[in-house]
Design a protein around this ligand. Structure first.
Ligand code: PGA
Length: 222
């Protein structure tokens, strides 16, 4: 099985030049990595340029969100079809930073359905099982989950692996569950080896190419 390591760049870096530099460093660092699928989710506006830089498709591209309609009068929104056209494979849905801005389980459910019907792979972020249940209402297709306790995101206080393991165990029917929240090269391995996750969703540490590559390599060695 291939592990999945996903970089969520959030609203970083502030320039295209910076995005290209970061992308190139990661690309170089993962040249010979085979047992891990590396996904970078940059801000939408960088996707096209990064796709051009990624001809060999060594790194998969992901988006941080999308809207549930295919097209139409929805100012400011981006549809799964547009993402697909740009070579995107994965879409993060229901990140807690979006939920904090008012995104509900109902909206998340519509987004998941729309991503699946565009034949993209959604990554549903959750922090409790109610969010998983509500988000997946009426969905039977393959969805990747990412357990992301809010208090662990961007705080430098990662969830203890034993605690995360309990959550992982309650989701046996899901083949691929990621852990996210203050992941770094020191703790990455514990979530795979001790807690039984199939990959990681990395925020802050993914903006530091050396650290991000170290994380990937520890997963390779797991
Ligand atoms: P963090 O973010 O690694 O900076 O805690 C994780 C996330 O928000 O996906």
């Amino acid at each position: 099985m291939k592990y999945l390591v996903v970089a969520n760049w959030k609203m970083n870096p502030p320039t295209l030049k910076g995005a290209k530099l970061l992308f190139d460093s990661v690309k170089k660092g993962v040249k010979n990595v085979k047992s891990v699928e590396v996904v970078i989710c940059p801000p939408f506006v960088y996707l096209k340029e990064l796709r051009i830089k990624n001809k060999e498709l060594r790194i998969k591209l992901g988006a941080q969100d999308c809207f549930w309609q295919e097209k139409g009068p929805f100012t400011g929104e981006i549809s799964p079809l547009m993402l697909k056209d740009l070579g995107v494979k994965y879409v993060i849905i229901g990140h807690s930073e979006r939920r904090a801005l008012g995104e509900t389980d109902e909206m998340i459910n519509k987004k998941l359905k729309s991503v699946l019907s565009a034949k993209l792979t959604p990554i549903l972020c959750f922090e409790n099982l109610t969010q998983v249940r509500n988000g997946l209402k009426g969905i039977s297709k393959k969805v990747i989950l990412a357990y992301e306790p809010i208090w662990a995101i961007g705080t430098g206080k990662p969830c203890p692996p034993e605690k995360a393991k309990k959550i992982r165990k309650t989701l046996k029917e899901f083949k691929m569950v990621l852990y996210g929240g203050s992941v770094n090269s020191q703790n990455a391995k514990d979530y795979i080896k001790k807690a039984g996750f199939q990959g990681l969703l990395v925020g802050g540490a993914s903006l530091n190419p050396k650290e991000f590559i170290k994380i990937i390599k520890t997963v390779v060695g797991s």
